[in-house]
Design a protein around this ligand. Structure first.
Ligand code: SAH
Length: 285
């Protein structure tokens, strides 16, 4: 009896003793505290994110969790920034700290891995089903997966170029020639508050009859969730000098809109009533 009591006490002490090492209380408000941290010194965060722990133990799993929280919070912060500033501001933001681009894309890929279909694959399939001699401009190419997956000549454009084939610029002002491409792709990339100027630039570089392919986050074009009216959006794009060819709302996560550039230029001087596209805020996972 006495022995049994002692064993029980030992077991209880053991459990209590292990607890703090196994799961210390998580830091609260990770996004906010990260934002403070970030504005002071982004490299220390990157250092924490890239630090390698050789022995997998309970401490390392806590550090892994912390690291995932930090990079998740960091991703959402950069994402919000890109949706709430203009393209040239976004270009300067990444110029000041190009590492942010890698943090953004690690988070972006993590989010995409939870989507049943990835819109970039739909774009790739479309290109494979059409003329391989079509010259393509991929506006906001990200990791340039599209160009690696098709036979076409692709001009990949993004704010940062970690790959020599990617043209680093703000996509409202690209170095591409006028009427030089057959297909302009915007795959989840109408991010800046000046997004109409990206569609205007695509109109400049597209040949008459050229294709404009847009995939955009569904909630941004769903009035039921506070998004823009898709009819208004399509009307505005058409007024820029395009004809609407496809409106596909069948996917749960994104809408697909295809247009063709009209042969004739739009009437000059007419104000286009562009709907505001709300930021897409990704869920914490
Ligand atoms: N199209 C890719 C990446 C989508 S993420 C895919 O589907 O996988 C959106 C991309 O658009 C990001 O890489 C972001 O840097 C880019 N982007 C946003 N605004 C931009 C701008 N003004 N000029 C160039 N690229 C931009």
């Amino acid at each position: 009896m006495m022995k049994e009591d002692r064993r029980n006490r030992k077991r209880k002490r053991g459990k209590r003793g292990q607890k703090p090492a196994a799961s210390p209380p998580p830091p609260s408000g990770d996004d906010a505290s990260f934002a403070k941290h970030k504005s002071g010194n982004s490299s220390s965060v990157s250092a924490l994110q890239s630090k390698t722990i050789s022995k997998p133990n309970k401490t390392s799993s806590f550090i892994d969790k912390m690291r995932a929280r930090l990079s998740g919070g960091h991703f959402r912060m950069i994402n919000e920034k890109l949706y709430t500033c203009s393209g040239d501001e976004a270009l300067n933001y990444f110029k000041q700290d190009p590492q942010l681009f890698s943090v953004y894309h690690a988070g972006y890929q993590e989010q995409m891995s939870h989507w049943p279909d990835q819109p970039v694959n739909i774009m790739i399939k479309w290109l494979k089903d059409h003329d391989p001699s079509f010259v393509v401009a991929d506006f906001g190419c990200g990791d340039a997966r599209l160009s690696r997956s098709v036979k076409n000549k692709v001009f990949s454009i993004d704010l940062v170029s970690n790959d020599p084939s990617v043209i680093a610029c703000d996509m409202s002002d690209t170095p591409l020639g006028s009427s030089s491409v057959d297909v302009a792709v915007f795959c989840l990339s109408l991010m800046g508050i000046n997004y109409p100027s990206y569609l205007q630039e695509a109109h400049r570089v597209l040949k008459p009859g050229g294709w404009l392919l847009i995939a955009e986050v569904k909630s941004r074009l769903d009035p039921n969730t506070g998004g823009a009216d898709p009819v208004k959006f399509v009307k505005a794009v058409c007024e820029l000098g395009y004809t609407s060819v496809l409106k596909d709302f069948s996917n749960k996560m994104f809408v697909l809109l295809h247009f063709k550039k009209k042969d004739k230029q739009k009437l000059q001087g007419r104000e286009i009533d562009w709907p505001e596209l709300k930021p897409c805020i990704y869920k914490r996972r």
